[in-house]
Design a protein around this ligand. Structure first.
Ligand code: OTU
Length: 673
């Protein structure tokens, strides 16, 4: 091991850990269980990653627990799981260790779906892999698949068994078979790991209910309201309508249990290192089943401290850093993806930008780009997006964002006050406007969304499918062809940004055929009161089949998403981690940015206005676009005023109404990160 690097890490974490002793101690056991070749690799990773984990453990537990023996217990977990790691996955690990940026290729394109709604079962899903391949998908994120409690389960986010698949969807063997299929196609599998809470039906909670004191310590239980009242003075309410308050009285425990989300979702107590140890085993168990990426649900909530919001505390990051370090020892190919819907300026931390010597997650949701896209479409103005994106810092290598237009949750209006003010808007009023606009309460709104929770400030988050929010549903209802074409362009242009702005683009199930809101979402009693189900519709395969003809809204949309994927996959400039420069524009309606590596430069333009916008010759020249060629764009971009695909540009450029253009600039310059 590079000793200088080790020393530096040890210094940074302010602990002197006897790493050499640990290796000597573990080495005979590792050889006995793994064989000498595999043991060598294991011990190399131990030397490399333990120092990353020790500092966080010391900071989290050092005052109360013996960190040395905790490290040994965690190493034992990793050795157990390394011993049962299938040979094929060890091969994947080796390839990924040799190429740590494997998931950053421009050909990495994601798709997110519910197994039951998309394909019935995990087995059924295997017969849909050709369809996913036709969209260029190489990263498949399945919404919660682990065994959930019966009845209401918050869409599977109330897990009763982390080691079993939800029986309705199949078995662990089916999950592994799906992972094998994906791996054979060069694709990867992502599933949710709800590490913040369990269902009250989970074995740990059941043991606590039965009176086992060790398991009572897995949760946060208060004998009376004193603790809960003190915490609630500063806690935000996450589901104020569905589940007011953050504590639930549980008669069997004669106490109040911390339940940030629903009353049946019990928060885990990470201040107890036994919880971290159990979760490490869970994560590595899933990795050994073939899962490549674990989406860490509700990451900001992992740690609680009195007098705070108990969100995004430094300790929550330390927990993830420790889990990152120890999972890497047994499954170095495993990626962690943080789910944190917070103010934009806080998101980089989940990728480790605050503490580069302690890697954290590899991926995190880019909710900022999503919100900026919807904001720009509502205002027909690109300045907020340009301002906010210019201020972003590059994320540490080799981490990246998951970039998306829609996901399974409501859209929370994460616009930073500082960005709003910089362009003359008031943050709270703008967020209220977005809420009203997408709920359809503004006269000129094209959207058909619904408020998810009645927030005190009126900045309510919004539910609805992308097609409903971008105007397709309204235009169809009104039978207005002109409006329809504009709405379709909105959807394509938003996806064009997601496919080109950096990060892994994630297509949300159904968006590729402009699936409308689910009008029947209220029929299922287990979904009562939770209108997020309106944007979790069953996949309409009849619609897909008809769409293959290429006509109608669905057909046009499907062809467009496929084209975006195919164009992106071939452009080195669009690797997830290449730099981005936001280009200053005289025209406020157009967002322009440049990405590039030597030999492949790309400038993307997105017009949020409902009229075509001209970018004049002088501006093109100042952007270094003389000699650029048109690579891709909204249909009709080939019309007079623009240029034919692949041809050099004319003196002026017209960006179609609500449309986009991708221009190739091959001047050999990289865009600095
Ligand atoms: C996540 O979302 C999931 O995405 C939701 O579907 C779950 O209901 C929830 O966890 C509980 O498991 O509050 O409105 O900052 O935004 O964790 C969604 C993070 C949520 C939170 C996020 C949570």
């Amino acid at each position: 091991m590079q000793s200088v690097e080790l020393m530096r890490r040890a210094q940074l974490s302010q602990v002197t850990f006897p790493l050499a002793n640990l290796i000597d101690e573990v080495s005979p056991r590792a050889r006995a269980r793994l064989g000498s070749k595999e043991a060598e690799a294991f011990l190399r990773r131990l030397a490399r990653y333990v120092p990353d984990g020790v500092g966080p453990l010391q900071d989290l537990y050092g005052d109360v627990h013996d960190v040395g023996s905790l490290v040994r217990r965690l190493v034992d977990v990793t050795l157990d799981r390394a011993a049962s790691r299938p040979e094929s996955l060890r091969g994947l690990d080796a390839r990924r260790e040799a190429d740590p940026g494997w998931f950053l290729e421009p050909s990495t394109i994601g798709y997110v779906c519910y197994v039951d709604r998309f394909a019935g079962t995990l087995h059924g899903l295997r017969s849909r892999l050709d369809y996913l391949a036709s969209l260029g998908v190489t990263y498949l994120h399945l919404m919660p698949v682990l065994a959930a409690r019966a009845g209401e389960s918050d869409g599977g986010y109330a897990v009763r068994d982390f080691e079993a698949v939800e029986p309705r969807l199949g078995t662990m063997a089916h999950l592994t078979a799906l992972a094998d299929d994906l791996h054979a196609r060069g694709a990867a599998l992502c599933i949710d790991l709800v590490l913040n809470h369990t269902a009250r039906e989970h074995d740990w909670a059941q043991r606590a209910l039965a009176g086992d004191p060790a398991y009572r310590e897995f949760f946060l239980v208060f004998p009376d309201r004193t603790g809960p009242d003190a915490y609630e003075a500063t806690l935000p309410e996450i589901f104020p309508d569905l589940a007011p308050g953050s504590f639930t009285f549980v008669p069997e425990l004669d106490g109040w249990v911390w339940t940030t989300f629903r009353e049946f979702q019990w928060d885990l107590n990470y201040a107890n290192p036994a919880v971290l140890e159990a979760m490490l085993g869970t994560m590595l168990g899933l990795a050994n089943r073939g899962v490549d990426i674990l989406r860490l649900d509700a990451a900001p909530f992992l740690w609680k401290r009195l007098g705070t919001t108990c969100m995004d505390l430094p300790e929550a990051h330390l927990v993830m850093q420790a889990l990152r370090a120890f999972t890497s020892i047994a499954a170095p190919g495993l990626l962690l993806k943080a789910e944190a819907m917070l103010a934009p300026d806080l998101l980089g931390k989940y990728l480790g930008d605050h503490d580069p010597y302690h890697p954290e997650c590899d991926l995190a949701y880019d909710n900022q780009v999503m919100v900026l896209l919807w904001s720009s479409m509502a205002t027909q103005d690109a300045r907020l997006a340009a301002q906010a994106l210019s201020r972003r810092r590059p994320v540490p290598k080799p981490t990246t964002w998951g970039t998306y237009v829609r996901c399974h949750d409501d859209i929370g209006w994460a616009v930073a006050d500082a960005d709003a003010e910089a362009i003359g808007l008031d943050g709270p009023s703008h967020r209220r406007f977005l809420s009203d606009f997408y709920a359809g309460d503004v006269a000129w709104s094209f959207a058909r969304g619904v408020r998810f929770q009645a927030s005190a400030l009126g900045e309510a988050p919004i539910s609805g499918m992308a097609s409903a929010l971008c105007g397709i549903e309204q235009a169809l209802a009104e039978g207005d062809e002109v409006k329809l074409r504009l709405a379709e362009r909105r959807l394509e242009t938003m996806y064009s940004v997601v496919f080109s702005v950096g990060g892994i683009p994630l297509v949300y199930m159904g968006d590729e055929v402009a699936l409308p809101n689910d009008g029947n979402w209220e029929d299922d009693p287990a979904h009562a009161g939770d209108n997020r189900w309106m944007h979790r519709p069953p996949m309409d395969w009849g619609r897909v089949q008809a769409a293959e003809g290429g006509t109608g809204v669905a057909g046009r949309t499907l062809a467009r998403v496929r084209r975006l994927a195919a164009k992106r996959a071939r452009r080195p400039a669009l690797r997830s981690d290449t730099g981005i420069a936001i280009l200053p524009m005289a025209n406020p309606h157009v967002l322009a940015y440049r990405r590039g590596v030597p030999g492949d430069g790309l400038v993307a333009l997105a017009n949020f206005s409902t009229s075509p916008q001209v970018v004049g010759a002088a501006q093109l020249e100042s952007m270094g676009l003389a000699g650029a060629v048109l690579l891709h764009g909204t249909e009709g971009a080939e019309a007079p005023g623009g240029a034919a695909l692949g041809a050099a540009l004319g003196p002026d450029l017209t960006v179609p109404a609500c449309g986009f253009l991708w221009l190739g600039v091959d001047d050999g310059a990289a865009v600095a990160r």
